[in-house]
Design a protein around this ligand. Structure first.
Ligand SMILES: [Zn+2]
Length: 145
């Protein structure tokens, strides 16, 4: 039976849910600042059984996503810095220190979002994913030959 309420794309992405069912968690530990477990993903979605790592090195593509995320974040931090100081060129060193500290602080979150966004690029939402997955597990009998 389908749930009448479907979680939106943005809400599911922000909560780091599975892109196919939008219900199962992608990461085992929901807190990205537990650094020992920052990269631990489920091998398969606990709800719809989507394979989160279909091939070795799959998440090298996540590095491509993390670059524009970090550039955008650093631009935002620079904008806030500029709005406070109103003069970036005489405050280059404090700006660099601020950007370094902010980037290191946000790195675990960006790491996870880059992986999840990469997954969302490749996997479409399927509101019947659990039922479809169960259908795939039934044995297929071939009548040819
Ligand atoms: Zn799922």
């Amino acid at each position: 039976m389908n749930s009448p309420i479907s979680i939106s794309l943005i809400a599911a992405l922000l909560k780091m849910k599975c892109p196919r069912c939008r219900k199962g968690n992608a990461f085992k530990d929901t807190n990205p600042y537990h650094l020992k477990h920052v990269g631990e993903m489920y091998a398969f979605c606990p709800v719809c059984n989507l394979n989160y790592c279909p091939e070795p090195g799959f998440y090298f593509g996540g590095a491509i996503v993390s670059y524009p995320l970090m550039v955008t974040f650093n631009l935002l931090v620079s904008t806030v810095f500029y709005s406070i100081t109103r003069d970036i060129f005489n405050h280059i060193m404090p700006l660099m220190i601020t950007l370094t500290i902010a980037s290191i602080s946000i790195a675990p979150v960006m790491f996870r979002y880059s992986r999840v966004i990469f997954l969302y690029f490749l996997v479409r939402y399927d509101k019947n994913s659990k039922q479809n997955n169960l259908k795939l597990q039934t044995p297929i009998v071939s009548t040819s030959l």
